[in-house]
Write a new protein. Structure first.
Lengths: 210, 210, 210, 210
DNA sequence: ACTATCGGGACAGCCCGTTGTT
DNA sequence: AACAACGGGCTGTCCCGATAGT
């Protein structure tokens, strides 16, 4: 498993370029819509080399989504939740980080893993399961923040942290979908605000959305 | 533009079978993942006939998503919002209908238009715009219900009906994505409950999720 | 199943040309050594058309060996064994026909089915089984001639018609192999003579080989 | 030129493993059906090493068939024909040895050289000629036994030793082909018996086949 | 209206062999 | 001696769509 940072350091250069190209192209075009030839062209690498490093297109996709997931790991580490003493404030920190991340140019206001998952879940279980594991890992982080918050302060309205984490995950993925469709990332910001407001309300705090 | 009901009545039989097959296959496999040959095989029609009725694969896709959207129209008509006097209760009626619809077997707990949109928005503007128009139409219905509710009763927390409609749309699409990925439609129900609770709260009503 | 004669009449012309090209090329180069591109080039047909008529290279091979086997059927019918009253003389007639057939230019002094069988029996059971069935069919004809001869005249040395038919089959196939290797079809004639002499001897007749 | 025995002693170990793997794989799959990568994988050697020891796939094939031919040399030496005083009995000794050899598990009831020859004779003259030389060498041994027998005892029916040697060679190769096809080595035993009976008859001896 | 035939081009995957480094 | 990295080219397969005929 490689983090995006590791792509250029721990991998042979060409291999790293291939993974980067795969991420870039599959974000736009999905798995089936991206051809090996395209990846090679973008990475300026021959197909012979491609199949030296990867057994199949599916394999590079596995590597690509691992790299993508490791991108999160970096973001979440940089968020330094431990440095925030109040468990409830940590949740706000999470939304802060998401806002900051998704304000970047369109290419990042999207999730490779969700994109792939929506395309292949019904037809390629290996890839689908991999996506599920990674995305559930992400939801697990959210869930943990919620559990800690519940422990620190009993919510006004009781809730299942798993459900709410799934709610946030779904909302984020759906926001990417709609943003891509409308070609306008605004909806992501709005939706994050509403989600944050909803969580606040669960804890009895009043926070106006937006 | 054809409703699903119209498929068998107003279209030649073979054409209708082709559209049904296209819907069925593209729901699982997406646009690119579904070949004309597959559609023909499933519809028991020759490829010659296919290109007699449709100029291209893209065209049948346009017809298919129109048919899908008309399916909604039927559902929303059947919901008979006008028969519900209280505008706030109409919103509950909407969630009721969605719950009922998405409780059916997996094949329906999904949205053809969202599936296609997420796949082609970045590469096929014509299809992408079509999806956007239809999905925004759906969101428009939600928006109208919210506007009416606001008019009937000032919300406790002010909100932009457009934003909240987009929020619901995103959540529904994201729920489909996650449900497909996890192969478990449960998340849809949970998320609808949370969304409903959120809207209730905007109007100052207290409704426990689930 | 198509006879070679039928190739040009009952099949679409291009399909027939493809089968003929496949036979011609695979006789020289075997199954793996012959590419679809080569077949198309020789038949002056595009690859698109090839895959309109045949699902795979393997399928055209099945058709090709069927066509080849039907070539025998024609030869054996032309031999008119029924017109030869003496069952023992029928065996001589068989060898006559084989001699005549294998005296033709090199391309025919070989057996497509044996060539394919030796190449794929260990790796492609479908093709292997098909070859076996056809070749065993051929051996069955020999066997029947031997059975009839035994019934007409008790042999001097008893023998199992199945074994001797297998012996003749093996010898013919081995002769083709050696002839191809030596680039000299002479060995086929010699070996047929020895085989014929051996059969004669079983029936107590003395016939000098050659 | 290496005997199989020499493979492990006179060659670097890795080179020997490569040759053994090549023999093993090509026996089943032929020359074209066996890839360099497969050979390397089976021999647990990297491709870099392969091309350090062999210039090309063709070269390792030459070495492999030489090794195979040297296997015979060992067998024929072990047969110790000189120790059998009667030249006619030596021929029986030959069939004895063949019977014994081909009774082993299927992997040996086959001839690498014949397999390769039938595949490449028409397309690769270098390999084809090499196979021919080796196989004709084998036939030469048979021929010599026949010449000696003729010298010791005039045959009842005169014959050309070259022809009969070619007959035996063809029969053996054809038997391998049919045995492989039928996945049943029995035919080899039967055919050897018939061949032996035929030779006996040439010398006026009566020996029932089987 | 409906279909068989056919074509150009792209696809993923694998091939054999070279290069340069350790 | 051994090997990782790499490349150019080909393979079988499939795709979408056009054409000509019934």
């Amino acid at each position: 498993m490689y983090s995006i940072a590791e792509i250029s350091t721990e991998m042979p250069e060409k291999k790293g370029r291939l993974v980067e190209a795969a991420i870039h192209l599959m974000l736009r075009q999905g798995f089936g819509g991206t051809s090996v030839d395209q990846i090679c062209a973008e990475a300026q690498v021959t197909k012979g080399s491609f199949f030296h490093y990867f057994e199949s297109k599916e394999e590079i996709c596995h590597v690509a989504i691992d790299a993508w997931a490791n991108g999160w790991v970096g973001l979440l580490q940089a968020a330094q939740f431990e440095a925030v003493p109040d468990p409830l404030a940590r949740i706000d920190r999470l939304f802060e980080v998401m806002h900051a991340t998704y304000l970047r140019p369109e290419s990042v206001a999207s999730c490779l893993i969700g994109t792939i998952a929506s395309e292949v879940s019904a037809t390629n279980r290996r890839l689908g399961d991999h996506c599920e594991k990674l995305l559930d890992g992400w939801a697990g982080v959210v869930r943990r923040l919620l559990v800690d918050a519940k422990a620190a302060q009993p919510p006004e309205i009781d809730f299942d942290p798993d459900q709410v984490a799934g709610f946030v995950l779904s909302l984020v993925q759906g926001s990417f979908l709609v943003a891509k469709m409308r070609q306008d990332p605004q909806v992501i910001q709005h939706n994050l605000n509403h989600a944050q407001a909803y969580v606040h309300r669960l804890f009895g705090r009043s926070r106006p959305p937006g």
